[in-house]
Design a protein around this ligand. Structure first.
Ligand SMILES: Cc1cc2nc3c(=O)[nH]c(=O)nc-3n(C[C@H](O)[C@H](O)[C@H](O)COP(=O)(O)OP(=O)(O)OC[C@H]3O[C@@H](n4cnc5c(N)ncnc54)[C@H](O)[C@@H]3O)c2cc1C
Length: 247
């Protein structure tokens, strides 16, 4: 990341929506042009501020979904029922419309291309967003750090970045956990992430790996507790909570 003054990073900037990619029926990736963007690290997030005609404002945090790319940034927003900001961003908000954004924010839940230890990524639903930025940053940098991803989602139709994740990546192993509906032809029953899942997916506790867990608050707490119970140190586990669980 360019050497950016903190004040510059936290100033509100006007961004314009340049492109929309529908990820699932209820989630979309929004690509913004944001002149003067200072760059960011995979895992960081931004604040987004909407202002109504009467001056009323609403502000929420969204993770950066892709590594820095000049004056372009990508966010992926999941529509939350009756959600003040997410319903607007996944609904009437259109290409060319402005929005205010400030950031990048966060210095702990980040992965740098120079980081070499193995990585376990644990995503619950929209929690895949900052973890996808790490996967993409690893690929772009040609990093040899070994990555494993455990991605918990309700149904196969809720998979974000489907085309990209279905492509094989050298050094990235993916385990999907479906909580409500399995893909056609897959035997077994839907289940939540549990000790057995993470015991199989996680690197051995003495491997010096870093674990990043992101998703709804309840999901993050459960996954972090399991990792601690499996003997991983608190310092090796980094968490990002998106808010209330929908389940
Ligand atoms: C650091 C950080 C990064 C985030 N990154 C992303 C991201 O990349 N993509 C993304 O889609 N969201 C992300 N979020 C969540 C986002 O900030 C909002 O909370 C979410 O979009 C809901 O806002 P809203 O205004 O639509 O809903 P609100 O009007 O605030 O709430 C409407 C209803 O939904 C419930 N609710 C609020 N937030 C959530 C939630 N996250 N999940 C389920 N129910 C909720 C509320 O309790 C309420 O009942 C992130 C949150 C944080 C703190």
């Amino acid at each position: 990341m360019a050497g950016t003054a903190v004040s510059g990073r936290l100033a509100w900037r006007v961004a314009r929506l340049a492109e929309i990619r529908q990820e699932t029926p209820t989630a979309r990736t929004l690509v913004f042009d944001i002149p003067g963007w200072p760059g960011h690290l995979a895992g960081q997030h931004v604040d987004v501020r909407l202002t109504a005609a009467d001056g009323y404002t609403a502000q929420r945090s969204y993770s950066l979904a892709a590594p820095a790319n000049g004056d372009r940034i990508e966010l992926t927003v999941q529509r939350v029922a009756d959600g003040e900001v997410s319903e607007h961003l996944t609904g009437p908000y259109a290409v060319g419309d402005p929005v205010e954004i400030r950031g990048p924010i966060g210095g702990w839940f980040v992965w740098r291309p120079t980081d070499s230890p193995p990585v376990l990524l644990v995503a619950g639903g929209a929690g895949i967003v900052p973890l996808m930025a790490m996967i993409r940053a690893r690929r772009e940098a040609g990093s040899k750090a070994l990555f494993r991803l455990v991605y918990s989602l309700r149904t196969p139709a809720e998979l974000y970045y489907a085309e990209e994740l279905r492509r094989p990546y050298a050094g990235l192993d993916i385990t999907y956990v479906y909580t409500r509906e399995l893909p056609e032809g897959q035997s077994g029953i839907p289940r939540r992430i549990d000790v057995a899942t993470l015991n199989t997916a996680a690197w051995p506790a003495d491997f010096g790996a870093t674990t990043y867990i992101c998703g709804p608050t309840g999901f993050v707490e459960t996954a972090a507790d399991i990792m601690l119970a499996l003997g991983h140190s608190p310092q090796s586990i980094r968490t990002e909570r998106f808010g209330p669980s929908r389940d």
